[in-house]
Design a protein around this ligand. Structure first.
Ligand SMILES: [Zn+2]
Length: 155
């Protein structure tokens, strides 16, 4: 029954019908804000191989997405070649094994923070955590420090 018909039907009973539209101007004009994309911030991230438990922890002072695309760019650049040694240990893993990686599904933002000492420390913390994990193989070519007492006590 059309809206006018419904109103007519109820009129003899002295009932007036108010119609409410579900299609408001506000609904059409105001879209819910997109969730802020964690990959668009700087911070510490981890990359997870899609085919094995290998993880890589890194930091980016720029958008994490930009840094991750650099890793993937190396894979794309060299995947049709015999080259498996690049400046990215994670890319080297994918190139040498033929394993896959799905962006952004296999990226985790571990800490979102600004550049500086805190970022350095958080990166080292994540690398140490990965290294100390009994189940997860890890790759990191930036692992150039000895985890000190602080990390070992935290973990
Ligand atoms: Zn793998």
């Amino acid at each position: 029954m059309a809206e006018v018909g419904v109103a007519k039907f109820f009129k003899p009973f002295n009932i007036s019908i108010a119609f409410k539209t579900s299609n408001s101007v506000k609904r059409n004009l105001v879209k819910p804000l997109d969730k802020p994309d964690p990959l668009s911030k700087s911070g510490v991230y981890s990359l997870h191989c899609a085919d094995c438990p290998t993880i890589y922890a890194g930091q980016s002072e720029r958008k994490i997405s930009t840094r991750v695309q650099e890793h993937l760019g190396l894979v794309n650049k060299f995947k049709a070649t015999d080259i498996v040694e690049t400046k990215s240990a994670f890319a080297n893993h994918l190139l040498s094994t033929g394993h896959n990686f799905s962006y952004p599904n296999n990226v985790a933002v571990v800490h979102d923070c600004q550049k500086g000492k805190k970022l350095d420390l958080l990166e080292k913390l994540e690398i140490t955590r990965a290294k100390n994990s009994p189940v997860l193989p890890w790759v990191n070519n930036v692992f150039n420090f000895e985890p000190g007492l602080i990390f070992n006590n935290i973990l």
